[in-house]
Design a binder for this molecule. Structure first.
Ligand code: KG4
Ligand code: ZN
Length: 364
């Protein structure tokens, strides 16, 4: 079967996944490889930037070759190469971008710089027919944002975290409770067996009338509850951990549902004609079945259809970068070889940095 051009190879190295994919304009995935570094970072309870960069160097070339082999292609069969230019860990970004630029130059095809968040934002269109504009909830280890996606390169940030990303809150909570990294799946499993009402945890920022998030107070509250258990029972028992996880996940769910509700109202006011608007949920936290089902409910109540792309497209991967590169190419992007990696690169450049976002702009 012939597939629709352009064919774009995408490289993702912004965090702890080395990933390469080749996509066609009809959404066909010729190749889709994701190499996770979780085992290399697990002992540290989080991603170590230097280890991540070195691991990308070790694996990227071979991964690109096996993607080309899968697709039975030579680099000259490609129409463009895209790589994540930011935001992310600078060492990893440099590995991906330099490799992509070199291959693009040798093959005489354009190099397209992709914002990692744009990759998450547009990927749903690779697998589903979702027209612009749509509402996006991006919830991963590095990001926690609500965005209005009006077109390629046209994003308005409706809300963002002022401290931790939601996946980061799961990871830190897991670490505190002695659960393995990454924390999300471990906390979700423990929560299934727990009593969510035994402990009362805060819902930060809910009294404030924005779409912003805050999770660091929740993390501190989890620490206090855990310390209290230890003081009262002489240790943290399995049922304590399960109950804390259940209470934590309930609190996170309440925050997400509340903020999404507010964002839908903002979106509706701006797009009163959108007859059946879509809420897209992307990022690793979208793997959480309990949270997804609560989000589905609130979307439904607001007259929205909720779509979460397949998990392997929701978590960091090369297809999302290839696809965003392809959409940018179709929208007229030429060649970004003169651009250099940007560890901080907000999708909505007009959005003001929030508290705690750092001197050079928002991290997440
Ligand atoms: O999108 P992703 O693979 O990488 C980035 O951070 O960009 O997301 C990873 C994050 C981690 O923080 C992980 O703990 C979280 O997603 N996660 C989950 C679940 N599975 C992964 N969080 C909650 N529940 C889950 N089932
Ligand atoms: Zn990501």
């Amino acid at each position: 079967m012939t597939h629709l051009r352009p064919f774009v190879l995408g490289i993702e190295t912004s965090c702890d996944e080395t990933a390469v994919a080749i996509v066609a304009a009809d959404g066909h995935l010729f190749a889709h490889h994701v190499l996770s570094q979780i085992d290399e970072h697990a002992a540290f309870g989080g991603v170590v930037p230097e280890i991540a960069a070195r691991s990308h160097i070790t694996h990227l070339d071979k991964l690109i070759q096996s993607a080309l082999d899968d697709a039975e292609m030579d680099v000259r069969d490609l129409d463009a190469i895209a790589a994540t230019m930011g935001p992310g860990l600078i060492g990893g970004l440099m590995v991906g971008v330099i490799t992509a630029k070199a291959i693009a130059k040798a093959a005489n095809i354009p190099f397209i710089a992709v914002n990692h968040l744009e990759g998450h934002a547009l990927t749903v269109r690779l697998s589903h027919n979702v027209p612009f504009p749509f509402l996006l909830l991006l919830v991963s280890g590095g990001h926690c944002q609500l965005l209005e996606v009006a077109g390629v390169g046209d994003y308005t940030r409706l809300g963002s975290t002022i401290d931790d990303a939601v996946g980061e809150a799961f990871d830190k909570t897991a670490k505190l409770l002695g659960l393995p990294y990454p924390g999300g799946p471990a906390v979700e499993q423990a929560a299934l067996k727990g009593d969510a009402l035994r402990f009362k945890l805060p819902r930060p920022l809910l009294q404030n009338d924005t779409c912003d998030f805050s999770f660091s107070g929740l993390k501190t509250a989890v620490r206090r509850v855990a310390e209290k258990c230890v003081a009262e029972r002489g240790g943290l028992y399995r049922d304590d951990v399960n109950d804390i996880c259940a209470a934590f996940q309930l609190a996170i769910g309440d925050c997400l549902v509340n903020r999404v509700g507010k964002a839908m109202k903002k979106f509706d006011n701006k797009h009163p004609d959108a007859s059946s608007p879509t809420l897209v949920v992307a990022g690793g936290v979208a793997a959480n079945i309990a949270l997804k089902s609560r989000l589905n409910e609130v979307a439904h109540e607001g007259g929205y259809t909720m779509i979460a792309p397949a998990l392997d497209l929701c978590t960091d991967n090369g297809a999302m970068i290839a696809w965003a590169g392809l959409e940018r190419l179709r929208a007229g992007a030429l060649d970004d070889s003169d651009m250099i990696p940007r560890p901080r690169w907000p999708l909505d450049e007009t959005a003001k940095p929030l508290v705690g976002s750092g001197r050079k702009g928002s991290k997440v």
